[in-house]
Write a protein that binds this ligand. Structure first.
Ligand code: BGC
Length: 766
C-alpha cells in the first residue's frame, strides 16, 4: 500500500485540533499546503510541537536493531525504539536500504503524534555501492565536471536506497600526510578545495529530486590541523590561518546552497567546535547567513567532557545548544537533558525553535513532508544501484584521477604486443583495497584489480608474483590489527619473474584501510617489506613501472630517484584496475595533478606549497651558514610538488602576457599564456595560475593558486589560455579582521605545477 502523508498528517492533526480555534485549523492546513512558502509551513509545524517533540527533532540516533525483525524489548535499542514512537528522534544514521528505511519512517509518520518524517543520513563519501576514487584522488583530476558527476552517481544510488542525506563533502584543507583522513578531502589548497566543494555540493544536491540527497559540509572547523597529524588531537591555529586557509571551502559550500554542516571533534582556541559559538553562531549563521542546520560529529557533544570543557553531558548539551549546534549525533545529550535545561532557563526556547526550524526546513526542502517515502521505492532501488552507466561514470573519473609522477626511457605507455610483463605486489591482485576507506555500503571484493584490468589486453604475456603482503593497519569498522609484515618468502618468486620479463609492473602502497578516520601514521613510506621488495626486484630488472595505490602522499625518495616510471594510482574505487590498465597502455592519456605535496621525508610534514616566506627564507641549496630556515639532512622542497603531474603529451609554456601592469578598485587585468602540445599525442593539461602578494598587513604565502583551466590540446597545436585578475582575486583576511584587497605589488606565476617558471608583476592601486 502506498502511504500518503498529507492525508495521514491532516487526519491526525485534525483530531488534535478537534474543538480548537480556526487559527489552529489554519495552522494545520498550512503544514500541508505545498503552495505556501516553506518558512510558513515550518512555523505551522513548530507551533504544534511540545518542547519534548522539538528536542526530539534535534536528536539523531544510530541504527539500533534489525529494523524489520522483532521489536526490541529491553536495553539501549528498546529505549531508542520508544523514543522513536514518541517523536523524540529527528534523524537516523547508518540505516540503509529501502526496506529498513521505510520500516523506520513508517513509525515516525504513522505512530508519532505529529507524524514528522525522519531524515536518514549515511557516509556516502565517494560512492554508495559503485565506488568512485577516494576524494583526494578525485581532486587530482582538477576536473569539476567529472567530480560533480561522481557525486551525482553517489547520490543517485544512495537516494534510491532510501537515504536522503550524505555526510559529505569533507572540505578540510589538509597539510599533514600523517593524518589518515587526508584521503577524504581535496588536499592542501583552499582554492582547489573550494572549487571542489561547490562541485560536490551541486552533484549531491542537484535540484533535490528523487536522485539527490542533502549534502553535509564537514568538519567545521579546523579538524585537519590535528597536532602531529594524530587524529582527534588538539588543534591550535591562528585566526589568520582559520580565515585564510580553513574557512574558504566551507564558505564556498555554504554559498553553493549546502543544506547542512557538521561540526568537528577538535577544539579551537581551547573551545571544542561543538560548543563553539564563534564558529557556529557568529561565522556560519550570522556572517554567512547559513540557513541550514549543523549536526554534531559522532558523540562530539559528549566528548566535551573528555576535553575538560564541561563537567558532564548535561553541561555539554547546554554549551552545544547555546553555541548553535542544532542536532546531536549519538551523544544523547539533547534527548536526555535539553528540555530540563530550557525549563531551568539555561537554554532559551528561542534557541531551540531556531534549531528545529532549521531542521524542519531541510526536511521540507527535501520534500519529506509532502512524501516521506519519496526515497523508498523498491523497484527504483533495484533498477538504480549498480547501473552500467554508473560503472562507466566511475571509470571515467578514475582515469582522470591518475597522476603520472615520472616517466623516463619511454617505459610508458606499454607496448600492446610481444611483451613479457611481470606483475608484482599483493595490491595488484586485490579486489577490496582499491575501494579505499569510507565505502561502508560497498561489498568487499567488488573492485576490478590491476591484474584483471591488464587481462583485458591480450597481446602480451603476463605473469604474476605477489612478492610480499601489504601491512594492514585496520579493518573496515575500525578494529586494529597492527601487522608488521616481515615475511619475505615470496621475494624469490618475484625476482625470478622479473628476470624473465621485458617490463615489470609493481603495484605497491597502502591498503585501502590504512587511511581514513583513526588511521594516522608516523611513517608514510611503503608499509611492511614493500620497499625492500621494490629494491630487490629493481636489482633483477631495471625496467620497473611502479604503480602506487594509497590514500595519502607517500615519502618515496628512493623510488623517485631510481625507478624510471611511477604512476599514482590511489584507491580508485570499483573500476580501479580498468582505469590503471587503460593509462598504462596509453588508451587514456593521464592528466591528473597532485592536490597535495609529496614529501621527501615524513620529517618535513606538514608540507605545503603555499607556505610563508619566513624571516630567513632559502631554497634547497646548502650554504656555509646554518642560520636559515632549513634541515641539515634534507631539502626543504617537496619530492613531487602540489600541482605536479605528467602526460604522454609534452606541454611547453611561453608568452606570458598581462593586459596591464596595474589596476584599481573597479578594474581588472587579463593574464594570458600560450601552451603548446609539442608531442604527437592529444592531451589535456591543467594550466595553473598563482599569485603572490609581496607585502601586506599580515604576511602572505609565497604563492597561492587563484585560477586554473583544464585545457584540451591536440598534438602539435597551441592554445592561448586567459585568466582574469580583479580585486576579488587578491582579497584575503587582513589585519583589519575582514576580507579585503590591499594595494601593493604582486607577482603572477603560470605553469603546469606550483613550481612554475614563468612570472610577471602587477600592481593594485586604489
Ligand atoms: C566522522 C564523521 C562521520 C560520522 C558518522 C564520525 O566519526 O568524523 O565524518 O560523518 O562519524 O559516521
Amino acid at each position: 500500500m502506498k502511504y500518503s502523508l498529507p492525508k495521514c498528517l491532516l487526519a491526525a492533526l485534525l483530531t488534535l485540533a478537534l474543538g480548537c480555534s480556526t487559527t489552529k485549523q489554519t495552522t494545520i492546513a498550512n503544514t500541508k499546503d505545498s503552495q505556501l512558502p516553506v518558512d510558513r509551513r515550518v512555523d505551522s509545524v513548530l507551533s504544534l510541537m511540545t518542547l519534548e517533540e522539538k528536542v526530539g527533532q534535534m536528536n539523531q540516533y544510530n541504527g539500533f536493531w534489525e529494523v524489520t525483525g522483532p521489536v526490541p524489548k529491553d536495553g539501549a535499542a528498546a529505549i531508542k525504539y520508544e523514543h522513536l514512537k514518541k517523536g523524540w528522534v529527528g534523524s537516523m544514521l547508518n540505516v540503509k536500504g529501502v526496506k529498513d528505511v521505510k520500516a523506520l519512517q513508517k513509525i515516525a509518520v504513522e505512530e508519532t503524534r505529529l507524524h514528522i518524517p525522519l531524515i536518514f543520513g549515511f557516509d556516502v563519501i565517494h560512492g554508495y555501492k559503485t565506488i568512485s576514487p577516494v576524494p583526494l584522488a578525485e581532486a587530482a583530476s582538477w576536473d569539476m565536471e567529472a567530480i560533480e558527476k561522481s557525486a551525482q552517481i553517489a547520490a543517485a544510488e544512495a537516494a534510491a536506497s532510501g537515504l536522503n542525506w550524505t555526510f559529505a563533502p569533507m572540505v578540510d584543507v589538509s597539510r599533514d600526510a600523517r593524518w589518515g583522513r587526508v584521503m577524504e578531502g581535496a588536499g592542501e589548497d583552499p582554492y582547489l578545495n573550494s572549487r571542489i566543494a561547490v562541485a560536490r555540493v551541486k552533484g549531491f544536491q542537484g535540484d533535490l529530486g528523487i536522485f539527490n540527497v542533502a549534502a553535509c559540509v564537514k568538519h567545521f572547523a579546523g579538524y585537519s590541523f590535528a597536532e602531529a597529524g594524530r587524529d582527534y588531537n588538539t588543534v591550535d591555529i591562528s585566526d589568520n590561518t582559520l580565515h585564510n586557509i580553513v574557512l574558504p571551502p566551507f564558505k564556498a559550500a555554504s554559498n553553493a546552497g549546502a543544506l547542512t554542516f557538521m561540526n568537528s571533534f577538535n577544539e579551537l582556541e581551547g573551545i571544542p567546535a561543538t560548543g563553539n559559538a564563534y564558529l557556529q553562531r557568529d561565522i556560519l549563521k550570522r556572517d554567512w547567513n547559513f540557513k541550514g542546520f549543523v549536526v554534531s560529529d559522532w558523540g562530539s557533544m559528549g566528548e566535551m567532557v573528555s576535553h575538560g570543557y564541561t563537567k558532564d553531558l548535561k553541561e555539554a548539551a547546554e554549551k552545544a545548544a547555546n553555541a548553535g549546534s542544532d542536532m546531536d549525533m549519538e551523544s544523547h545529550g539533547y534527548v536526555e537533558h535539553l528540555a530540563a535545561l530550557v525549563r531551568e532557563g539555561k537554554v532559551s526556547e528561542e534557541n531551540i525553535n531556531d534549531a528545529v526550524r532549521r531542521i524542519l526546513h531541510v526536511k521540507f526542502e527535501l520534500g519529506l513532508f509532502d512524501n516521506p517515502y519519496k526515497y523508498c521505492d523498491d523497484t527504483r532501488e533495484q533498477q538504480t544501484v549498480g547501473k552500467k552507466e554508473f560503472h562507466d561514470g566511475v571509470l571515467d573519473v578514475a582515469k582522470k584521477s591518475i597522476v603520472l609522477l615520472k616517466n623516463e626511457r619511454n617505459l610508458l605507455p606499454l607496448k600492446k604486443t610481444g611483451q613479457k610483463i611481470a606483475v608484482i605486489g599483493a595490491l595488484a591482485n586485490d579486489k577490496t583495497s582499491p575501494l579505499g576507506s569510507w565505502r561502508i555500503a560497498a561489498d568487499d571484493g567488488t573492485a576490478v584489480s590491476v591484474l584483471e584490468g591488464l587481462s583485458q589486453y591480450k597481446g602480451n604475456t603476463v605473469t604474476y608474483a605477489k612478492g610480499a603482503d601489504v601491512a594492514v593497519g585496520a579493518t573496515l569498522f575500525g578494529s586494529e590489527t597492527r601487522i608488521n609484515t616481515t615475511d619475505k618468502s615470496g621475494f624469490a618468486e618475484a625476482i625470478a619473474a622479473a628476470k624473465k620479463a621485458d617490463v615489470v609492473i609493481m603495484v605497491l602502497g597502502e591498503h585501502g584501510l590504512q587511511t581514513g578516520e583513526g588511521r594516522s601514521r608516523t611513517k608514510i613510506d611503503l608499509p611492511g617489506v614493500q620497499q625492500e621488495l621494490l629494491e630487490a626486484v629493481y636489482k633483477a630488472n631495471q625496467n620497473v613501472i611502479l604503480v602506487l595505490q594509497n590514500g595519502r602522499p607517500l615519502a618515496i625518495p628512493w623510488a623517485a630517484e631510481n625507478i624510471p616510471a611511477i604512476v599514482e594510482g590511489w584507491h580508485l574505487g570499483t573500476q580501479s584496475g580498468n582505469a590503471i590498465a587503460q593509462v598504462l597502455y596509453g588508451d587514456y592519456n593521464p592528466s591528473g595533478k597532485l592536490p597535495m605535496s609529496f614529501p621527501r621525508s615524513v620529517g618535513q610534514v606538514p608540507l605545503y606549497y603555499n607556505h610563508k616566506s619566513t624571516g630567513r627564507p632559502g631554497g634547497d641549496t646548502p650554504t656555509e651558514s646554518v642560520f636559515w630556515s632549513h634541515y641539515g639532512d634534507e631539502a626543504n622542497s617537496a619530492l613531487y610538488p602540489f600541482g605536479h603531474g605528467l602526460s604522454y603529451s609534452k606541454f611547453e609554456y611561453s608568452n606570458l602576457k598581462l593586459s596591464d601592469t596595474s589596476f584599481g578598485k573597479s578594474g581588472k587585468i587579463t593574464v594570458s599564456i600560450d601552451v603548446k602540445n609539442s608531442s604527437t599525442v592529444d592531451g589535456k593539461e591543467v594550466v595553473q595560475l598563482y599569485v603572490q602578494d609581496l607585502f601586506a598587513s599580515v604576511t602572505r604565502p609565497v604563492k597561492e593558486l587563484k585560477a586554473f583551466e583544464l585545457a584540451d590540446i591536440k598534438a602539435g597545436q597551441s592554445k592561448t589560455i586567459s585568466f582574469t585578475i580583479d580585486p576579488k582575486t587578491i582579497e584575503f583576511y587582513t589585519a583589519n579582521k575582514k576580507w579585503e584587497a590591499e594595494t601593493g605589488d604582486f607577482k603572477v606565476y603560470v605553469g603546469g605545477s606550483s613550481v612554475t617558471k614563468l612570472e610577471a608583476s602587477f600592481n593594485y592601486t586604489n
